[in-house]
Structure formats: structure tokens, C-alpha cells
Write a protein that binds this ligand. Structure first.
Ligand SMILES: NC(=O)C1=CN([C@@H]2O[C@H](COP(=O)(O)OP(=O)(O)OC[C@H]3O[C@@H](n4cnc5c(N)ncnc54)[C@H](O)[C@@H]3O)[C@@H](O)[C@H]2O)C=CC1
Ligand SMILES: Cc1cc2nc3c(=O)[nH]c(=O)nc-3n(C[C@H](O)[C@H](O)[C@H](O)COP(=O)(O)O)c2cc1C
Length: 178
């Protein structure tokens, strides 16, 4: 009788953290600034770990490190806006990427107020204003499932991307398309 022998015990095996990061650096992604405001104050961070989950109800997921200085504000406010960046926001992304005081981060751009009260970046490629429906802890991060209550579309197709630890311009058609 043919039996399939498992090559590993699934329990506790995993690749090294640095190998994982190095592999993930090969996966390009759009860059966003995720913002919140409310009783716990205004906060924002740069993010690539964002993805569309469902269109009914319209849902995005955002992965947020629990050790980040902004974590508590997002948890308590319960709302956020995902602002998708353009290449003109490369410096802004660096400011929201950590360490910079919150007032300095927000002073570097023009903001509007979304329906939830979270800051909307005036010249974003697109913004999704959301209510955080569910928080699921996974490893070092919380996965935030966010219901989209308002969308604001920008004037550009150019999107800022992050690949191999560097910023790039997204939005040009593939060469195959001619
Ligand atoms: N998902 C996340 O939390 C991300 C965090 N970062 C943070 O920004 C800084 C600079 O990052 P890089 O220049 O890209 O070099 P890096 O070597 O720290 O990260 C390379 C890639 O690994 C992934 N990654 C990095 N940190 C992660 C984390 N804590 N959890 C899950 N995935 C992670 C991301 O896809 C990132 O582009 C680092 O402090 C990094 O932790 C950057 C990208 C995503
Ligand atoms: C390009 C880029 C993408 C990032 N993506 C994420 C992400 O998806 N999730 C996350 O929790 N942190 C991400 N970070 C890190 C946060 O932006 C950073 O931890 C946050 O600004 C908080 O920093 P602070 O603790 O110094 O305030 C990213 C940083 C950069 C530069």
C-alpha cells in the first residue's frame, strides 16, 4: 500500500525571521499612511501590510505591530483611514515610518477630515475611511479587519511602491501590453 510519509512535523517548524524578511523584501507592495483620530488622539504610520478582503461588506485588512507607539491610539479610537501614497510622498512615508514625533509627521502634509474623524491625506492616490470591526492577534501584529464607510479617489494613477527596501513608482503598464 502506498502511504505518504510527512517530511516534517508541522508543530513548531518555521524559517528564520531574517530569512523571512529578506524573502518578503522581494515582494513589492503599495505604500500607505494609515491614520486615526479620536479620544486617544491623532496618530499615523506607514504601512505595506494592507489588503482587500471582501467587497460585501467592503473590507480591508491592516496589519499593525503591537509594539508600535501608535498601537494604543488605533485600538482606542476604533477608526482609521488608509491613504495610498504617490511618488511625491516618498519623504512623507519616511517620516511616518517610525521614530519621528507625531506632530512632525502630520505637519509635513495637508489633511482633511474623513467621516470617521480620521485624517485623510489631501493629495493621496486614494483614501479609504474605515471603522475597525475586528482585531485578530497574530504573532507580533494585530490584523485589523476594517469596514470601509467612505472612499475618496485622487487625481493620479501613480502609486508609491516599496520593493527590495527601496521606493519605486507603480502605475506604468507592463511591457507586454505594448
Ligand atoms: N509589516 C510590517 O510590520 C512592516 C514593517 N516594516 C518595518 O520598517 C522598517 C524597515 O523595513 P525594510 O526596509 O522593509 O527592511 P526589513 O528587512 O526590516 O523588512 C523587509 C520586509 O519584511 C517584511 N517585514 C519587516 N518587518 C516585519 C515585521 N515586523 N512583521 C512582518 N513583516 C515584516 C516587510 O514585507 C518588509 O518589506 C523595519 O523596522 C520593519 O520592521 C517594513 C515593512 C512592513
Ligand atoms: C515602507 C514601510 C512599511 C511599513 N509597513 C508596516 C506595516 O504594514 N505594519 C506595521 O505595523 N508597521 C509597518 N511599518 C513600520 C511603521 O511605519 C512604524 O513602526 C510606525 O511608524 C511606528 O513607529 P514608532 O513606534 O516609532 O512610532 C512600515 C514602515 C515602512 C518604512
Amino acid at each position: 500500500m502506498n502511504t505518504i510519509q510527512p517530511h516534517f512535523s508541522p508543530g513548531d517548524q518555521m524559517v528564520d525571521r531574517d530569512l523571512f524578511r529578506s524573502a518578503m523584501a522581494s515582494v513589492g507592495a503599495a505604500v500607505h499612511i494609515v491614520t486615526t483620530d479620536g479620544a486617544a488622539g491623532r496618530a499615523g504610520f506607514a504601512a505595506t501590510a494592507i489588503c482587500s478582503v471582501s467587497d460585501t461588506p467592503p473590507t480591508l485588512l491592516v496589519c499593525l505591530n503591537r509594539s508600535s507607539s501608535v498601537y494604543q491610539a488605533f485600538k482606542e479610537n476604533g477608526v482609521l483611514t488608509v491613504n495610498t501614497l504617490t511618488p511625491s510622498h516618498t519623504v512623507l512615508s519616511g517620516l511616518f515610518g517610525g521614530k519621528t514625533p507625531m506632530e512632525e509627521r502630520f505637519a509635513a502634509a495637508r489633511w482633511l477630515k474623513g467621516e470617521t474623524g480620521a485624517p485623510v491625506l489631501a493629495d493621496a492616490a486614494v483614501s479609504f475611511d474605515c471603522i475597525i470591526d475586528t482585531r485578530v492577534p497574530s504573532g507580533t501584529h494585530d490584523v485589523l479587519f476594517c469596514r470601509v464607510v467612505m472612499v475618496r479617489e485622487g487625481q493620479t494613477d501613480d502609486v508609491l511602491a516599496y520593493h527590495q527596501r527601496r521606493y519605486h513608482r507603480l502605475g506604468q503598464p507592463s511591457l507586454l501590453e505594448g
